[in-house]
Design a protein around this ligand. Structure first.
Ligand SMILES: [Zn+2]
Length: 126
């Protein structure tokens, strides 16, 4: 049967099961390897409040702490909130082919380097 994605939209390599995580937006339990993960660093206060605080602070080199959050979305919310977009077949395919090509190229380079070093060693023996 033809598949839309080779990995089924997941990165579960040789595992049978991965833990479920709740979606940040809707609370749906989504497999951890399938969830769309974004790590965001935001200011605790908005820009105008930040200016007010900076004007009235008692210590000169005091910086307001930041908000570090890891967002995990289910696929439906990821699409709805436009974190990720729908890509057509060619685009999905081309990325996969590009990865494959780069792997092959690196393998060739390794082989070439091994060959050239041994060749040079042979050359400099005489
Ligand atoms: Zn969701």
């Amino acid at each position: 049967m033809p598949k839309k994605r080779r990995n089924g939209g997941r990165s579960k390599k040789n595992r049978g099961h991965t833990q479920g995580v709740p979606c940040t937006h809707c609370g749906r339990i989504v497999p951890k390897d399938k969830a769309i993960k974004r790590y965001t660093v935001r200011n605790m206060v908005d820009a105008s409040s930040l200016r007010d605080i900076k004007d009235n602070r008692a210590f000169e080199n005091f910086s307001i702490p930041k908000l570090y959050t890891k967002l995990q979305y289910c696929i439906s919310c990821g699409i709805h909130l436009r974190v990720v977009r729908v890509r057509n077949h060619e685009v999905r395919r081309s990325q996969y082919l590009r990865e494959k090509k780069s792997q092959r190229l690196s393998l060739k380079l390794v082989k070439f380097n091994a060959f050239s070093s041994s060749f040079l060693d042979y050359f400099f023996m005489f």
